[in-house]
Design a binder for this molecule. Structure first.
Ligand code: NAD
Ligand code: WQD
Length: 335
C-alpha cells in the first residue's frame, strides 16, 4: 500500500518508513523540515535500497495534501507531523495549536475530500495527565498539564468524533511512552537542535564529551532510588507498532476509533538509564543532582496488554539495545 507519512523525515517517522518498506509498503514522506533534514531521505535510501518519494511541504497546506493523496494513490496516512517541545508550548501555545491542531484539521479535510479514511496518529502518554494509578491503561482518565499535551488530547477527541460521524474512518491513536534508540545502521536517530530537553539524547552527548554532565532533575521522588521513572521504548519497536496498527485497521475490527499504549510496561529510573548507558558506551556519564523539573511526575509506565491482544504487537528490544543503538548513532551520524 502507498502510505503517506506526515513528519516522515523526523525521528519516529524515518524509523517507521524503514519498517513499512520492509513490510512491502511504499512510504511517501511529507515534511516541512522544521525539525529534520532532507538528508534523511538519502540515509533511508542507503538503509533500504529504495528512494522514497519526498514532498517538502506543510500539513496546513490543504490543497497540497489533497494533491499528494490523490496523485500518489495513498491508501493510509501515518500522521507524525507536529511540534513536541513541552517548554516551548508553554511559551508559544498559539503556535502549537496552529501547527498541531490546525495542521491535523487540514490533513483530515484533505483525507475526507479524497476518500482516504485510514489514519494512524502519533499520540502520547501525556494525554493521561497526572497518573491516578500505575501502570497506565487505555481507560485511565485523560487530561493535560501543558499546551503540547492539550493539542494531543484535542486531536484525539476530534478523531473520536470524526470516526463516530461516518463509516469510512478507521483511526488508531498510538500513545507513545518514551521513545529512545536508533536504527541498527546508525544512519538515522534522534539529533535535536541545541541542548536536548529529553534524557536519552542528553546522556548521549555527555557520554560523547559534548556536554560536561547530566543534571538529574530530583532525587527525592517516591521511587526506588528517588529519581524519575519512565517507560523507555526502542524506536524500532515503536515503528513496528505502526505496521501492526495499519494491519489492524485494515481488518474487520478496524472500523472506528481506537487508542493503544505503545510502551514496554517496564519502568527505569534516571540513574538506571545513566548506568545502562555507561555500560553500553564504555564511557562515564557524570551527573549532578539538580532540583525537580516543574511539571514532571514521579513515575509513568504503561500497561501494554491491549496492543498485545489486539495488534499482536509487543516491545521486544532491551534497555541495552536502546543505549547501544543511541551510542552507535551518536558516533556515526549525529552532528
Ligand atoms: P520530530 O520532530 O523528529 O518529527 C516531527 C516531524 O514533523 C519533523 O520532521 C518536523 O519537521 C515535521 N513537522 C512539524 N510540523 C510540521 C508541519 N506543519 N508540516 C509538515 N511537517 C511538520 O519528532 P518525533 O519524535 O519523530 O515525533 C513524531 C510525533 O510523535 C510527533 O507528533 C510527536 O508529538 C509524537 N510523540 C513523540 C514523542 C517523543 O518523545 N519523541 C513522544 C510521544 C509522541
Ligand atoms: C525523562 C526523565 C526527567 C532530562 C517527555 C514529554 C512527553 C513525551 C516524551 C512527547 C524525567 C529526567 C530529563 C535531563 C533528567 N513527548 N531528566 N535530566 O518528561 O518523561 O516526557 O518526552 O509526547 O510529553 O514530556 O521525558 O526524557 O524529558 O525525561 O533528570 O536533562 O529524565 O526529570 O524523570 P518525559 P524526558
Amino acid at each position: 500500500m502507498n502510505i503517506l507519512l506526515t513528519g516522515g523525515t523526523g525521528y519516529i517517522g524515518s524509523h517507521t518508513a524503514v519498517v513499512l518498506a520492509e513490510a512491502g509498503h511504499r512510504p511517501v514522506l511529507l515534511d516541512n523540515l522544521s525539525n529534520s533534514s532532507a538528508d534523511v531521505v538519502d540515509r533511508l535510501a542507503q538503509i533500504t535500497g529504495t528512494r522514497f518519494p519526498f514532498i517538502e511541504g506543510d500539513i496546513r497546506d490543504t490543497a497540497l495534501l489533497r494533491r499528494v493523496l490523490a496523485d500518489e494513490g495513498i491508501g493510509a496516512v501515518v500522521h507524525f507531523a507536529g511540534l513536541k517541545a513541552v517548554g516551548e508550548s508553554v511559551e508559544q501555545p498559539l503556535r502549537y495549536y496552529d501547527n498541531n491542531v490546525g495542521g491535523t484539521i487540514s490533513l483530515l479535510q484533505a483525507m475526507d475530500e479524497t476518500g482516504v479514511g485510514t489514519l494512524v496518529f502519533s499520540s502520547s502518554a501525556t494525554v493521561y495527565g497526572q497518573p491516578a494509578y500505575l501502570p497506565l491503561d487505555e481507560v485511565h482518565p485523560t487530561g493535560a498539564t501543558n499546551p503540547y499535551g492539550r493539542t494531543k488530547l484535542h486531536i484525539e477527541e476530534m478523531l473520536a468524533e470524526l470516526a463516530a460521524s461516518g463509516t469510512n474512518w478507521r483511526i488508531a491513536c498510538l500513545r507513545y511512552f518514551n521513545p529512545v534508540g536508533a536504527h541498527a545502521s546508525g544512519l538515522i536517530g534522534e539529533d535535536p537542535n541545541g541542548i536536548p530537553n529529553n534524557l536519552m539524547p542528553y546522556i548521549a552527548r555527555v557520554a560523547g564529551g559534548r556536554l560536561p554532565f547530566l543534571n538529574v532533575f530530583g532525587d527525592d521522588y517516591p521511587t526506588p532510588d528517588g529519581t524519575g521513572v519512565r517507560d523507555y521504548i526502542h524506536v524500532m519497536d515503536l515503528a513496528e507498532g505502526h505496521r501492526a496498527a495499519l494491519d489492524f485497521l485494515a481488518g474487520s475490527a478496524g472500523a472506528g476509533w481506537h487508542a493503544f499504549n505503545l510502551g514496554t510496561g517496564c519502568g527505569y529510573s534516571v540513574l538506571d538509564m545513566v548506568r545502562a548507558f555507561e555500560q553500553a558506551s564504555g564511557r562515564p556519564v557524570p551527573y549532578r543532582i539538580a532540583p525537580r523539573r516543574p511539571g514532571d511526575v514521579a513515575a509513568c509506565y504503561a500497561k501494554a496488554d491491549k496492543a498485545a491482544d489486539q495488534l499482536a504487537w509487543r516491545a521486544l528490544r532491551s534497555l541495552d539495545d536502546m543505549c547501544a543503538s543511541t551510542w552507535h548513532f551518536q558516533q556515526r551520524t549525529a552532528r
